[in-house]
Write a protein that binds this ligand. Structure first.
Ligand code: ZN
Length: 396
């Protein structure tokens, strides 16, 4: 009996050491979140493994997926025509009216974290965990992405597990080559865009843009233009591009039907022409709340019929979330977003900002940083249209 007890105790003891050793190793291994063929920017403290599932901060995940998120008495999250609802009171999450039995969204140290696999599959993406890479990958058929061993090879290089084969050093030409003239172009184009004006902060942003000699793009609301027509004239007068952002910005009105949609959007464009005296009706628009999931095939058809184009964005500054005092968060979001977009190969980076107080405070430092990093700030140019919409529709 005594011998059995000792054996049992020994087993338990070693079992404990052994299992705790495994836990420690598991905790130490670096985790990654992948979207299609990219690696999303999450710090190691932002990826929490719970029961073998990766959880990341909810807000950041929604932004990375370009999901539409509304924070109200509950959190409403929309993507690919699917809706997720998180109830603060019960802590329950519902996907398309089906309540999850688990807790895919949960409070971890005072911040809401979301189960990456649950969110991905609820939004109609595929999810796969690559244990040899420690990558939780979200992907879909819509976006052309690598599969199987090609993906593994690609990720090994991306994560620095292996160094890519170096190209043979080219033999220098015997005839001396004339030095390439500098084109004066930066490493990538950055398009600063300002939504929801004109208002008094438009004037502040306008002054900052003038000070730094930067041209940008404004998406104005009809109801605001009727109040501040002088600001519309000033913005156009300083050479910036103005596009329509609808008349009312009211989700229920704008997206009620294809008819209401095109009327809301084109009335704004016609008003811009009227107020600025610009020859053509501005063709570039930004639809309220982003083109996904709101834009239906019928609405897209209406836009194309009129030759309109739609810009969403590559980088969301999330400026509306912050107070004046928190303006440095906006700068950080732009820096991280632009750096990430540039590293993923994007050379035309569209940044979403708003005509708001906190944004006006952050803008000078945003421009200074972009200049220092070698980016070229430009306004939208209809002569060389850049496709930037969440539907990846080349005709928009
Ligand atoms: Zn807006």
């Amino acid at each position: 009996m005594k011998r059995i007890m000792v054996a049992l105790a020994t087993l338990l003891f070693f079992g404990f050491i052994f299992s705790s050793g495994i836990v420690a190793a598991e905790e130490k291994s670096k985790q990654y979140i992948g979207l299609h063929d990219r690696v999303l920017k999450f710090g190691q403290d932002e990826i929490q493994m719970v029961d073998g599932k990766s959880f990341v901060p909810l807000t950041k995940l929604m932004d990375s997926l370009y999901a539409t998120t509304v924070y109200d008495d509950k959190i409403y999250m929309g993507k690919n025509n699917r809706v997720l609802i998180y109830d603060y009171l019960t802590g329950k999450t519902t996907a398309d009216d089906v309540e999850s039995e688990e807790t895919p969204i949960r409070d971890i140290n005072g911040e809401l974290f979301a189960d990456v696999s649950y969110i991905a599959t609820s939004f109609g993406f595929y999810f796969e965990y690559f244990s040899e890479l420690n990558v939780s990958r979200i992907y879909s058929d819509v976006y052309r992405s690598l599969r199987g061993s090609d993906y593994k090879k690609h990720m090994d290089v991306l994560l620095g597990n292996v160094t890519p084969p170096t190209k043979p050093v080219p033999v220098p030409p015997t005839v001396p080559q004339p030095e390439k003239p500098s084109t004066g172009e930066g490493k990538a184009n950055v398009y600063l865009t300002f939504d929801d004006g004109p208002n008094l902060f438009t004037t502040k942003n306008l002054a900052t843009l003038k000070k730094y000699d930067v041209e940008s793009t404004f998406f104005f609301l009809g109801k605001q233009m009727n109040l501040f027509s002088e600001i519309v004239e000033n913005v156009a007068g300083e050479g910036h591009y103005i596009g329509s952002h609808s008349m009312t910005h009211d989700k229920d009105k704008v997206y009620a039907s294809s008819g209401s949609f095109i009327s809301e959007m084109s009335s704004g464009a016609l008003l811009i022409k009227k107020l600025t005296g610009v020859q053509d009706v501005p063709k570039l628009m930004r639809v309220p709340y982003g083109s996904k999931p709101h834009l239906t095939p019928g609405m897209k058809g209406e836009l194309k019929k009129e030759g309109y184009k739609v810009w969403d964005w590559d980088v969301d500054s999330n400026d509306w979330r912050y107070s004046d005092k928190q303006y440095s968060e906006i700068i950080k979001n732009v820096q991280n977003g632009v750096t990430g977009a540039y590293k993923s190969g994007d050379r035309d980076i569209v940044v979403l900002l708003h005509d708001r107080s906190q944004t006006a405070i952050a803008l000078p430092q945003i421009i200074e940083w972009l200049t220092k990093e070698g980016y070229t700030m430009k306004k939208y140019n209809p002569e060389s249209h850049v496709v930037q919409n969440f539907h990846r529709d080349a005709e928009l």
